[in-house]
Write a protein that binds this ligand. Structure first.
Ligand SMILES: *[C@@H]1O[C@H](CO)[C@@H](O)[C@H](O)[C@H]1NC(C)=O
Ligand SMILES: *[C@@H]1O[C@H](CO)[C@@H](O)[C@H](O)[C@H]1NC(C)=O
Ligand SMILES: *[C@@H]1O[C@H](CO)[C@@H](O)[C@H](O)[C@H]1NC(C)=O
Length: 402
């Protein structure tokens, strides 16, 4: 029993999943990485949410610490990276309409998809994934739609004009450019740029001066791109630096055919290369994840609490006096799932809200009754061992009593 208690004491050190949020192409909100993944519906329903569980069959094990959930808007599918510690460069694909997971096989590439939860972006127009790891990499998913197929090969993109060793990836997509925030020694209010369709790192940073406020800091943080209706490329980025000074809405527009032409922009010309300011999130969690529709911004922190501004942006302009609200539903982050969990969670029926971990614990509840507290916090793999150990202890106790 001493050995068991020592083992139980180690359990809290095993991390829970880091959850994420993302929208589908119709701007319904989803939260992933919980004991169950859920559809939280359109922003009009968030004041009284009714989460609908998604299929868990074949979903990521949520063992990674830098998970990212990226919408492939053309395919109405969410691509999840960094959520499988045992297969760091794999991509899990959630098909929204089919409520179905598949896992994309990849080859080559980095040993990880980045050192942060904002290292990678998915290019809207080409479905190519870009990330910064020990250098810049891409993964061409152009032939992938909403279901995994074949093998996609990672390739190096080229060497960024800034040292990546000390750079915590803080990247987002706007107007076919990748904006890199927080590159060391960049002036406040400026971001480094990669021009995707020219495969070109712009040597100088671009200034995005603040409209009515102070410039964003030169800091790592978290980012996401605002979606645009009708499957249009994003033009705006939400950037939340680790100092939580504000939430920054950065607008980037250049003509798709010519990166220095800015006529024909959908937004007022005064907003091109500008930063607008929204209040900082309520939850100051530097490891939170974000999503943005064409108007709403959403944060999920690592506890699974969800905060939002439903009407943060309208016609490219931030709403004056906007403030964050807390969703009355929180996602309970998954603990590491294993093959044992998959069997417990294999039902895709919406009513099957119990997790595999819970199902497994309850199925062995009689034997493990003395370990209930530890079991509640334990990942399935550890729990399986514990249940076995508890059975062993029970056998020893039984033998002694006899
Ligand atoms: C998207 O398409 C709809 C229907 O054609 C149109 O009413 C709407 O203005 C479009 N939105 C944008 C941002 O272009
Ligand atoms: C905005 O930034 C891009 C990238 O540096 C640049 O090509 C473009 O000329 C800028 N446009 C304006 C209006 O400042
Ligand atoms: C864009 O860049 C090209 C090549 O450097 C140059 O010839 C052209 O004049 C520039 N256009 C504008 C609008 O600045």
């Amino acid at each position: 029993m001493v050995a068991f208690l020592a083992l139980a004491a180690l359990l809290p050190a095993l991390a829970a999943a880091v959850p994420c949020v993302q929208f589908d192409a119709q701007f319904n909100l989803y939260a992933f990485g919980g004991e169950e993944d859920v559809n939280l519906g359109p922003s009009s329903s968030w004041s009284s949410p009714s989460p609908k569980p998604l299929s868990s069959v074949g979903r990521p094990p949520w063992t990674g610490t830098n998970s990212q959930c990226l919408l492939s808007q053309s395919n109405n599918a969410v691509y999840v990276i960094g959520a499988d510690a045992a297969d760091a460069t794999s991509v899990y694909i959630y098909d929204i309409v089919g409520d179905k997971w598949s896992k994309q096989t990849t080859s080559g590439g980095p040993t990880s998809v980045g050192n942060s939860r904002s290292s990678a972006v998915l290019d809207h127009d080409t479905n190519v994934l870009f990330t910064i790891s020990d250098t810049a990499y891409s993964l061409d998913l152009g032939l992938i739609t909403n279901t995994a197929a074949g093998t996609a090969a990672w390739t190096t993109v080229g060497t960024p004009p800034f040292p990546v060793a000390d750079y915590k990836g803080t990247a987002a997509l706007a107007s076919n450019h990748i904006l890199y925030f927080g590159v060391p020694s960049t002036p406040a209010g400026s971001a480094n740029l990669f021009v995707i369709h020219y495969n070109y790192f712009q040597p100088q940073a671009q200034a995005y001066p603040a409209v009515g406020g102070s410039n964003f800091p030169d800091s790592a943080g978290q980012t996401t791109s605002f979606l645009v209706q009708n499957n249009t490329v994003p033009y705006q980025v939400l950037y939340v630096p680790n100092d939580f000074s504000n939430s920054y809405v950065v607008t980037h527009y250049t003509d798709p055919a010519s990166f220095n032409v800015t006529t024909g922009s959908p937004m007022p010309a005064s907003l091109i290369n500008s930063t607008q300011i929204l209040p900082p999130p309520t939850s100051k969690d530097t490891n939170a994840a974000y999503a943005a529709s064409d108007s709403s911004i959403v944060q999920i922190d690592t506890k699974g609490d969800i905060y939002y501004i439903a009407n943060a942006v309208s016609s490219w302009q931030v709403a004056p006096g906007a403030s964050w609200s807390k969703l009355s539903y929180s996602l309970k982050p998954a603990t590491a799932t294993t093959s044992a969990t998959a069997s417990g969670a294999s039902s895709s029926a919406p009513g099957a809200t119990k997790t595999g971990a819970k199902g497994e614990a309850s199925s062995s509840g009689a034997a493990a009754s003395s370990t209930g507290a530890a079991s509640a916090a334990a990942p399935a793999l550890a729990r399986k061992d514990i249940v076995g150990f508890a059975l062993g202890c029970a056998a020893v106790v039984a033998a002694v009593v006899l």
